[in-house]
Design a binder for this molecule. Structure first.
Ligand code: OOG
Ligand code: MG
Length: 256
């Protein structure tokens, strides 16, 4: 890895660790997608050196709602660590983020590793459980604005994830209605079908992308399928809840 990429990895890692915004890398650095993933990998390596453990993968821009909100039109992925896991129902302190947002997702828990070329049926077979989930995203770039390569380098804005009750995946979860409410008021309404037409497609893509990076999906890992709706900005003192048809709900409150 060249010095420039190592320096940019340090820059995103510092920004995430200290919750401060940085300028987009954008045009200046002329990064390719593979440069951006190399920066992401190096920034995660810094986290692992500080004692964090890999806990899975998140997918990004798997729904049209998210693509439209952020102006990015390619599916991306990021690396999750155990430090990003937030306890269901517990207060989440926003002090550790720059300008956090929340979005409703579906989470997979893997019973087995997944081969890069897994079919939909094989992918489903490797799933131990599914759950309604909330992702807290936080871009490290000023004003939450970025290009495709910027957001990849910044670990796809990964910051936190909250998992609701795990359920048996042997049910139809292709089109479950969902409501994201803040302080009891519905803010976003959607369906798991918004995620690539079926969230399982997101898992198949995760298997392919993670394996291509030399980090195939592992047993015990979580895969976040991607936001089913646009994200909502978080502020202290909010109660956030996602209710998902037949899977129940997941919630947390925020403090400053
Ligand atoms: C990038 C991450 C996208 C999703 O679920 O689509 C993402 C962002 O919106 O900041 O997490
Ligand atoms: Mg997301």
């Amino acid at each position: 890895m060249n010095d420039l990429l190592a320096m940019l990895a340090q820059r995103v890692d510092d920004a995430a660790r200290n919750a401060h915004a940085i300028a987009q890398f954008g045009e200046d650095e002329r990064l390719t997608t593979s440069d951006a993933y190399a920066i992401q990998a190096a920034s995660i390596a810094c986290r692992l050196e500080r004692g964090e453990c890999r806990s899975g993968v998140k997918m990004g821009f798997t729904s049209r709602a998210k693509m439209v909100q952020m102006g990015v039109h390619d599916v991306i992925w990021g690396r999750l660590t155990d430090k990003m896991a937030l306890e269901e129902g517990a207060p989440v302190s926003l002090a550790r983020y720059v300008h956090p947002r929340v979005e409703p997702e579906l989470a997979f828990l893997l019973a087995r590793p997944l081969a890069p070329n897994a079919s939909l049926v094989e992918a489903l077979d490797a799933v131990a459980a599914i759950a309604p989930a909330l992702e807290v995203i936080d871009s490290r770039y000023e004003n939450f604005k970025f290009s495709l390569t910027d957001v990849i380098a910044d670990n796809a804005s990964s910051s936190g994830y909250v998992i609701g009750p795990w359920a048996d995946p042997r049910r139809d979860f292709s089109n479950l209605g969902l409501v994201l409410s803040i302080d009891g008021k519905p803010r976003q309404i959607g369906s798991t079908a918004g995620i690539l037409g079926h969230p399982l497609r997101s898992l198949v893509s995760a298997a392919r992308l993670a394996a291509a990076a030399g980090e195939p999906l592992q047993a015990g890992w979580i895969v976040m399928a991607g936001g089913a709706t646009a994200a909502e900005a978080l502020a202290p003192g909010m109660h956030v809840r996602c209710e998902m048809q037949s899977l129940g709900s997941v919630e947390f409150s925020t403090i400053g």
